[in-house]
Design a protein around this ligand. Sequence first.
Ligand code: PHB
Length: 395
Amino acid sequence: MLPTINSLARWAGATVALTALSASLASAQTTGKLKVGFMLPYTGTFASLGTAIENGFRQHVTELGGKIAGREVEYFKVDDESEPSKATDNVNKLIKRDQVDVLIGTVHSGVAMAMAKAAKESGTLLIVPNAGADAVTGAMCASNIFRSSFSNWQPGYAMGEVMAKKGIKKVVTITWKYAAGDESVKGFKESFEKGGGTVVKELSLPFPNVEFQGLLTEIAATKPDAVFTFFAGGGAVKFVKDYAAAGLKGTIPLYGSGFLTDGNLDAEGAAADGLFTALHYADSLNTKRDNAFRLNYAKTFRMQPDVYAVQGYDAAQMLAIGLNATKGDATKSADISAALRKATIDSPRGPFTISAAHNPVQDFYLRQSSAKEKENKVIGIASAKLADPGRGCKM
Ligand code: PHB
């Protein structure tokens, strides 16, 4: 049957209406509030890390007058408890229920892997402000997934270079048995063994256990030249204190990725004094950029910033760079990626760039902790402009 004039007119009208509707949907992605979903630990051994990340992020948004790319920022929050078994349900609260434009999270590598999977499947923009899981910017890499922090490989690799150069030969490693611990040790081993050292024993315990006694006894019996460790948050405080209390501090030097002492010096006290660690931040950088950041943070939150606060702050900086390139549209991941890959992020840690796999290319500082001054002091560069190899990333 031939269409009548009337049915043609109705069809044309519907087309106009549909076009208008899709135009308004498209503009809904660039105007209106920008929904930011924090998925962070607010309880458990990493609780203070989650708070520092949120504080840092908010600090930069406040500096921008509460808006990113012209859109007022609205926050949504989920406590992920650093619990991988709940991670998929938790991230879906933000993606499906709250319909956030961007996910900011998280601290724990296992939880971050579930977030990356959900972000990849839904296309939601994700900026990881801590968790180092290598695969996030490796095999799981995607145009909408970015990291403002580090890969687990990086600080371990930097410390391995330093320890090998010092002429240390025999090392025992000790960490939590999960992605962050395993991958930190792997990064360490790669450079340390390349430099002539040997890892004679790899010790671990399940996350987030802190029953270190048996393992410390094993270290004492093995008598290595030194120990390399990854622990963070509340667990790191307990480890540093137990290591000293076991009488090992004076006999077997303890080295670690900087999470061991960052944000922890108040709680660790004398037990942390003199420890050497490698990290992409330190307390005594004394640059104009970092001093301004630290002063503002201390005034606003009544506490000292740490690496986690910097990573949260830089997640907001990266989001602003990405969304300024798309006029506020968080769905245009290819354009966001292009903008970030040619940017230099003006971080309190020092300027850094973003690799093809979306991980920071940055300097790792060698630091020494001072209990008296409560500072992780820079004593040199452990590894300059260190880029994660991005193994397995195809984008
Ligand atoms: C991680 O699980 O990736 C992790 C957690 C805490 C840190 C660093 C890495 O401080």
